[in-house]
Each structure stands twice: as C-alpha cells, then as structure tokens.
Design a protein. Structure first.
Length: 304
C-alpha cells in the first residue's frame, strides 16, 4: 500500500488538469510512494489526452464517468484510492512542495489524527480576488479552537475547498459525501464528523493556491449559491425548523455579529490592516450571503 493517494476532480478543464498534474510532479515526496487518481465528471472537453501525457511521470489512473455531481465524484476518489491517506483536490489547485511531507508528519504524530486541512489563497487579479482570499482565510480561522503558535491547530469544522487529507478508513466509519446534495457536501460531512467526535486539524503555514479569476459578480454568485446550500443543510440536520422564515432583523444581526467577530479575529491573527482595507468587500460578501439565506428561508416558509 502506498502512503498517499492524491485524487483530483475535474470537469471540462483539460488545461487546468495539465497545470495541476505538473504541480504534482514537483512535490517533495517519493514518486514511488504516491498514487494520483483523476476523476472526470461527465466532461464534453475530455482531459484523457492530457492525463496520458503524464503517465510516465506519475503513478496515474484516469477514470471518466457520466456526470453525477461533485459529491459522487468525491466518493469515487476515496473508493478508488489505494493509498493509506487520501487527499482530495480540485484541478485549479496548486499545492505547496511540502504538502505531502506536512501531511505525513501530521498523521505520524498521533494515531487519533484523522483529517488535516490547509490554508488557502486565491490567485487572481483585481480587488474581488483579494476579498475572496481574505474571506477564505477568515472562514477557516473562525473554526480554529486554539489560535496559538504551532504547526497543527485543532478546529471544530471542515471548511470547504481546502485540499483536505484524510485517513482513508475514516470514510468507512462516518460515510462518504451525501450524493443527494448539489453543494455544501463539505459542510454536511463536517457536521457528521463533529457528531462522531472527529477533530479536524489545520496547518496554518501550509498554503494551497486556488486559481480563480472571476470578478465581483462571480464571487457574489458563489455567496448566493453557498447560502442556498447552507440553509438546506441546516434544515436537513434539524438546526432550523423547516418552513420558518429568516427575518430581516435576524439577517442584519448575523451580518453585524460576523463582521465584528471577524474584526476581532483579524486582530488576533495580525491581519487587521488588511481586513480594514478590504472591509467594504467583506461587508458586501456578508450582506449577499445572509440576505440570500433569508430569501431561501422565506421560500421554504412559503412552501410549508
């Protein structure tokens, strides 16, 4: 059994696949101890030829399946994996050279360690990308229980899009990703991990780059989609009562609480000047998210 499987999700982005595979060839880890699996989810623009060009440089398997969505593809990743530990990445990630070495130290430190997630930055141009990058960091830091020094910190959740690395048997224990979900699958898994008493850890100094060149409209659209998935998952897990509207006053309180909470968080992690500079964008992201939660909750209320 190899130590690691890095499983990559892709759909209709062969150029991104080429860049991501090139990145994997540069990791500081023995090639003989690394398996790479590419799962293509119903693409019209296949990455098969791109993958074939890397067959002599990586222990590489390519699986093309009909389009079934991101949760099904993530389940394919861990079920196909032959490594002891499984990292699930997207085709627009660039991993730091020591990504697997950091994960190996983490899992070797204690048999109880199950999940390691990483820091994230958005690579793009313009102020919207900078706001997105800070937003990513804040949503991760708010899950960390001990905001101190150390290579690995303990968190209370699994933030989305973090190139997380898992002990493979964990999926057998808690189940994989919920394939009925069109989005929010990481948040759903996070709730189940919490219920099972599984801690998620975070490597703050290891930064995964995420290539995303969308503008403000694209990022606000993401916030609206995430809000819809968030509310549906809260309903499914009994965190809110189905059919109960989310009032405007409650939305305003959530926006205010989160903005001020992040202000204090930014100060604790020494990012306050950056937070203040990007505050208009952060506030716009929060307003878009929580008003979208309100809209979806009112829709649920109207259907009840």
């Amino acid at each position: 059994m190899k130590t690691f499987t890095v499983a990559m999700l892709t759909r209709n982005r062969p150029r991104s696949v080429a860049r991501a595979l090139e990145n994997l060839t540069r990791l500081d880890w023995p090639a003989a101890d690394l398996e790479v699996v590419v799962v293509e989810d119903g693409s019209e623009d296949s990455a098969a030829a791109v993958v074939a060009a890397f067959q002599d440089r990586l222990d590489l398997r390519y699986v093309a399946k009909p389009h079934r969505g991101i949760s099904a593809s993530k389940n394919d990743c861990w079920r196909l994996a032959r490594g002891r530990y499984v990292a699930i990445i997207a085709d627009d990630y660039e991993l730091p050279r020591d990504y697997l070495a950091v994960a190996a130290r983490f899992f070797a430190a204690a048999p109880a360690h199950q999940v390691l997630t990483f820091n994230m930055r958005s690579l793009g141009s313009g102020p919207a990308s900078r706001v997105q990058s800070l937003y990513f960091e804040l949503t991760l830091w708010q899950t960390i229980e001990n905001l101190g020094a150390g290579e690995f910190l303990t968190g209370n959740g699994l933030p989305a899009s973090r190139a997380a690395c898992f002990r493979r048997e964990l999926f057998e224990r808690v189940g994989g990703f919920d394939e009925s979900l069109a989005g929010g699958e990481d948040f759903d898994l996070s709730l189940r991990l919490r219920d099972a008493g599984v801690a998620v850890h975070f490597a703050p100094r290891s930064i995964v780059s995420h290539y995303e060149y969308g503008g403000l409209r694209f990022f606000l659209g993401q916030r609206r989609r995430y809000a819809e998935n968030y509310y549906r998952l809260l309903e499914a897990h009994g965190k809110v009562k189905a059919g109960h509207g989310f009032s405007l006053g409650r939305a305003v309180r959530q926006i205010t609480r989160q903005y001020l909470g992040w202000f204090g968080l930014a100060a604790r992690v020494r990012k306050l000047p950056r937070y203040l500079a990007l505050s208009p964008g952060i506030l716009l992201f929060l307003v878009t998210f929580w008003l979208s939660v309100r809209r979806h909750s009112r829709g649920a209320w109207a259907r009840s």
